[in-house]
Write a protein that binds this ligand. Structure first.
Ligand code: F0G
Length: 447
């Protein structure tokens, strides 16, 4: 297929605007905060209303699936009309996006709905949803001439950033809470050549320190306060809707940590509706771990008006965040889509994770909060049995093998019902045929 030039169209002329005071920012500062009021920034596209046609874009995007060029093969850049403008040469891509949508029939029964789908963002090149945002923001960093990029992370952002920096010929600085990062993620940052610093603090402390470092040193900040990350992560929702033939599901359920991802998916849904791609809006609901429930408390105790920060603790280390930076964006998305918040216990997370694993899919603990949360939303009547639901699974099962092994061995939570039914610890046997046949027969009797 002939290469389409990436020429500027009015649709891609974007502005960076403050979410609170609406000031337009010509060039964001190192910390991506509004120079007038200090709030977060977002990207808006003034030319959209007049220049984009949803029906023709649907065809263009579908046709690009047969193209062999790197930008067309990316599940992010395939949708580039809804992203800021880049030239081919500026883009750092690892063929991100293009993730599968799986049916989860057993989990559906367990949750009490007829139809349940999971979009698995853990199937991205570095094993998490972060790649969809990183391809955009890392490309900006390189285009602006930065030699260094940096992030604070609970693990996945650092893995993704380090990979895209390495591909783009940049160095990366990773700040992580000491001893709180799953091995899969830490090993990625090391292998992808990051300068990895373990700090004796939590994620929130790491982000605070990084915000000061980037003001002293020329390091480009790649946390999700960077609005380019959010633009790339919008494509999760765009690709999902395309996979559903532009029929919006009733509910989309996402885990909440620093709240960039829920903000991004919500932004995409609102934009897709405004542009006429979809007629109805799915309700976007956000699930947190009980021990890291800042948004849940913020919504329940202040109606979303004031952030209630918490001291976070959960074995779902990806979302061990107490002071979420994008809370205001997430509140707006909840309110505009009619979604809700829910929290789940450590046992509910572990059980849900094992159930998703038993479907042959698997995910990391933070992703499993979605299924745990769905069960509660069905029980409360917020999600109805016949409604269609999509869970966003954010990270791959292999990110955190320690957690999985501890769970199955009964070392994470013990073996109380109904956890025991999902525990599948390895059995140590004599090295004989009889021992294996005996184990097979016992297993057969149980099913
Ligand atoms: N799921 C996984 C697997 C994550 O890694 C994260 C965040 C989330 C969910 C929550 O997403 O922060 O956008 O609300 N991980 C970040 C990191 C914070 O550093 O990897 P969020």
């Amino acid at each position: 297929m002939a290469r389409e030039p990436l020429a500027a169209t009015p649709s891609q002329i974007s502005e960076i605007r403050c979410i609170a005071c609406a000031s337009v920012v010509a060039r964001p500062s190192q910390t991506f905060r509004c120079p007038s009021c200090g709030d977060l920034l977002e990207i808006v596209y003034s030319g959209w209303k007049t220049s984009l046609n949803a029906e023709s874009l649907k065809v263009i995007w579908r046709n690009r699936q047969t193209s062999r060029t790197a930008v067309d093969q990316s599940g992010v850049w395939r949708f580039r009309e809804l992203l800021p403008l880049f030239t081919d040469e500026q883009i750092i891509t690892l063929h991100e996006g293009n993730t599968s949508l799986y049916e989860l029939p057993t989990c559906a029964r367990s949750a009490g709905v007829e139809h349940l789908l999971a979009k698995h963002q853990g199937m991205n090149p570095t094993g998490s949803f972060k790649d969809t945002g990183m391809t955009v923001a890392a490309s900006v960093a390189r285009a602006e001439g930065f030699r260094w990029v940096g992030c604070a992370s609970t693990g996945n952002t650092s893995a993704s950033m380090a990979a895209y920096a390495a591909r783009g010929g940049m160095r990366s600085l990773v700040l992580i809470p000491e001893g709180k990062i799953a091995w899969g993620k830490l090993s990625q940052a090391l292998d992808y050549d990051a300068l990895t610093c373990e700090l004796k603090t939590d994620f929130d402390g790491c982000l605070r320190i990084l915000s000061e470092v980037v003001q002293r040193m020329p390091v480009y900040l790649l946390n999700s306060v960077n609005p380019y990350r959010i633009e790339g992560q919008k494509t999760t929702a765009i690709e999902l809707l395309e996979q559903l033939d532009w029929q919006a599901p009733d509910h989309i359920i996402v885990p909440g940590g620093n709240l960039g991802n829920s903000s991004a998916i919500g932004k995409a849904l609102l934009e897709l509706r405004a542009l006429g791609f979809i007629r109805s809006l799915p309700r976007l609901s956000i699930i947190q771990a009980e021990g890291a429930n800042a948004l849940v408390r913020t919504m329940r105790e202040t109606g979303g008006r004031e952030l209630i920060a918490v001291k976070a603790e959960t074995a779902a280390s990806a979302i061990r965040i107490g002071n979420p930076a994008s809370w205001k964006k997430a509140v707006r998305v909840l309110q505009e889509t009619g979604g809700t918040v829910e929290q789940v216990s450590e046992a509910e997370i572990a059980l849900a994770k094992a159930e998703i694993g038993a479907e042959g899919i698997g995910c990391e603990p933070a992703s499993a909060v979605t299924l745990g949360g769905l069960k509660k939303l069905v029980r409360s009547g917020f999600v109805k049995r016949k409604e269609s639901v999509v869970l966003i699974l954010t990270g791959h099962l292999l990110k955190d093998p320690d957690y999985t092994i501890k769970f199955h061995r009964g070392e994470l939570l013990g073996a109380s019902e109904p956890i025991a039914a999902q525990q599948r610890a390895p059995i140590v046997l004599d090295a004989t045929v009889d021992a294996v046949v005996g184990a097979l027969k016992r297993a057969e009797q149980k099913t």
